[in-house]
Design a protein around this ligand. Structure first.
Ligand code: HEC
Length: 132
């Protein structure tokens, strides 16, 4: 996987964003006709941090800095992803990838409630700008 930013002879950041927006329309997550504003989650970020450390940081790294899963403490993601997109992605997962849906229990962990997932999103939003 080569890097495609201009320094590497590739795409400008706005072009990367456009490609990502297109990829998201191909994902299962509904991106049109979402009646909610881009930011609506009012979850508990402190509870979300604990849930993240238990359920997510094994793949997404401490403070969402990335690992097997992509970095979630990521400016482009925070600018382009709505709260609905994040809640739905975490709830349903990505078919065909290591990213499981969390509204269903797995053999190794209980399911998360919608409220838990909203708290995780509140925590992810609190990471924006590098805060932890
Ligand atoms: C077993 C590893 C694993 C675990 C555990 C995991 N993820 Fe993921 N996650 C991934 C991978 C891999 C992807 C990239 C999927 C793809 O290629 O589309 C991903 C993608 C995502 C995305 C989409 C990012 C984007 O740029 O669109 C979000 C949001 C996300 N994960 C949040 C979470 C949260 C929150 C948790 C915990 C509740 C979690 N993940 C747990 C592996 C994991």
């Amino acid at each position: 996987m080569p890097g495609w930013l201009r320094d590497d002879g590739g795409l400008r950041p706005d072009e990367v964003k456009a490609v990502m927006a297109h990829l998201r329309t191909l994902a299962d997550v509904k991106s049109e006709a979402d009646p909610r504003p881009a930011r609506w989650v009012g979850g508990d970020a402190a509870a979300g941090k604990r849930l993240f450390e238990t359920n997510c940081s094994g793949c997404h790294g401490p403070q969402g800095k990335g690992g097997e899963g992509p970095a979630l403490n990521n400016k482009v993601l925070h600018e382009s992803a709505t709260d609905s997109y994040l809640v739905e992605t975490i709830s349903r997962g990505r078919r065909g990838t290591a990213m499981a849906g969390f509204v269903e229990p797995s053999p190794v962990r209980p399911a998360l409630t919608r409220g838990d997932i909203e708290s995780v999103v509140a925590y992810l939003r609190s990471l924006q700008g590098g805060k932890s």
